[in-house]
Design a protein around this ligand. Structure first.
Ligand SMILES: C[S@@+](CC[C@H](N)C(=O)[O-])C[C@H]1O[C@@H](n2cnc3c(N)ncnc32)[C@H](O)[C@@H]1O
Length: 247
């Protein structure tokens, strides 16, 4: 079974528990600053898609601010975490929505580059373009490949509630992917997962966006709004679907 169908369950939630609601609130602040603007004069979106929403932390943060946001994810375990939020189960390569359904599509926390080949990964960009209304905006938040590859910690043990997680990390330069093997031992049980993400560079993603019919407007290196550069923490791409006034 594909790694992303196995890994995003209860163990993922525990290992990544620091990726929490407080962080999602900071991301929502950034979205408001960048997509709405400080003067707040940009029209508010009618519909927002939180693409690969996981347990819905961004969906909820945005809804609490009055943005009509829907989450989509493949993991039923994550989608059914409390508290409930508006969501749809589905695959990011084949979104179950009509063309031009959304004014904003937001993709947080490295939820891109999971598939084995460019065709499938870029298919996600095509789907973003399809479900965005002309003039609609997108945000894609990825890791910045060079510092991540340079800083990979080959092995680590982390304490968990009632056990440990042993994590191995490596970069495969043939497939250009950052890989992790995660062995979890809790409650007398052992299970192993893999995480494998294509380490896209900024020009590669930008070409993919253009190929999909999207236009990139701005690049950021973190959620404080710093410009993207070689040392940046994140690669955050913001742009729009051409064809009408920005939404
Ligand atoms: C790193 S998590 C990020 C979740 C969420 N955006 C957040 O910031 O908490 C990646 C998410 O992508 C989802 N995912 C992986 N493959 C998917 C697919 N093919 N279609 C839809 N969602 C997928 C996972 O289930 C998981 O929730």
């Amino acid at each position: 079974m594909a790694w992303y169908k196995e890994w995003f369950g209860q163990d993922y939630l525990e290992l990544y528990s620091h990726r929490d609601v407080d962080e999602a609130e900071r991301h929502a602040d950034f979205v408001e600053r960048v997509l709405v603007g400080d003067d707040g004069d940009a029209p508010r979106p009618n519909a927002v898609l939180d693409l690969a929403c996981g347990a819905g932390r961004h969906t909820q943060a945005l809804r609490a601010r009055g943005y009509r946001t829907l989450g989509l994810d493949l993991s039923l375990t994550l989608l059914t975490q409390p508290p409930p939020f508006p969501k749809v189960a589905g695959d990011i390569r084949e979104l179950p929505f009509a063309d031009a359904s959304f004014d904003w599509v937001l993709n947080f926390f490295t939820s891109f580059g999971y598939f084995d080949n460019e065709r499938e990964n870029f298919r996600v960009l095509e789907e973003i373009a399809r479900v965005l209304a002309p003039g609609g905006r997108f945000l894609i938040d990825l890791f910045n490949r060079e510092p991540v590859i340079a800083g990979l910690v080959p092995s680590e043990t982390r304490e968990l509630d009632g056990g440990v997680a042993e994590i191995e990390r490596w970069f495969d330069d043939e497939t250009d992917r950052v890989n992790k093997r995660i062995r979890i031992l809790t409650g007398g049980r052992e299970r192993t997962f893999v995480e494998s993400v294509r380490a896209y560079s900024e020009p590669e993603v930008s070409i993919g966006l253009r190929w999909a019919g999207l236009e990139r407007d701005r690049l950021f290196g973190d959620f404080d709004g710093a410009a993207f550069g070689p040392e940046s923490d994140r690669l955050i791409l913001v742009g729009h679907r051409p064809g009408a006034n920005r939404r």
